[in-house]
Structure formats: structure tokens, C-alpha cells
Design a protein around this ligand. Structure first.
Ligand SMILES: [Zn+2]
Length: 67
């Protein structure tokens, strides 16, 4: 089922602190506050994620998933 709002979004979850991070603009760099330093950047133009341990990061939504 597709929702009415299918705009691309850039959201990741840090599995260590369970913080949800959403980058809303191209230069909106958002980072969680735990030791893994999970971050996402790029807004809806691209998704650049990082952190000390990438396996501790779950991508909730990626703008590239758009169909
Ligand atoms: Zn974290």
C-alpha cells in the first residue's frame, strides 16, 4: 500500500541509542548522541550515512528507494 505522502525521506536509526535521525535538507547533517556517532546527511538528494560501527545503523528510509 502506498500512502498519500510518498515523498522521499532520509531516515536512519541508531541501534545503540535508538535515536531516529532524519536529514531534511541537502546540508542537514544530523548525528546521534551516543558513542557510535551515527549520522546521516544529504537530505532528499542523496544519503550519506556513517558512524563507528555501520552494522549498528539501520536505514529506515532512503531517498534512493523511491520507485
Ligand atoms: Zn546512537
Amino acid at each position: 500500500m502506498k500512502g498519500a505522502d510518498d515523498k522521499p525521506r532520509n531516515i536512519v536509526l541508531c541501534k545503540d541509542c535508538l535515536e531516529v535521525l532524519e536529514s531534511k535538507h541537502r546540508h542537514d547533517f544530523v548525528q546521534c548522541s551516543c558513542e557510535n556517532q551515527t549520522y546521516t546527511d544529504g537530505g532528499i538528494d542523496y544519503q550519506r550515512i556513517g558512524g563507528k560501527d555501520l552494522s549498528r545503523i539501520e536505514i529506515i528510509e532512503s531517498p534512493r528507494q523511491r520507485k
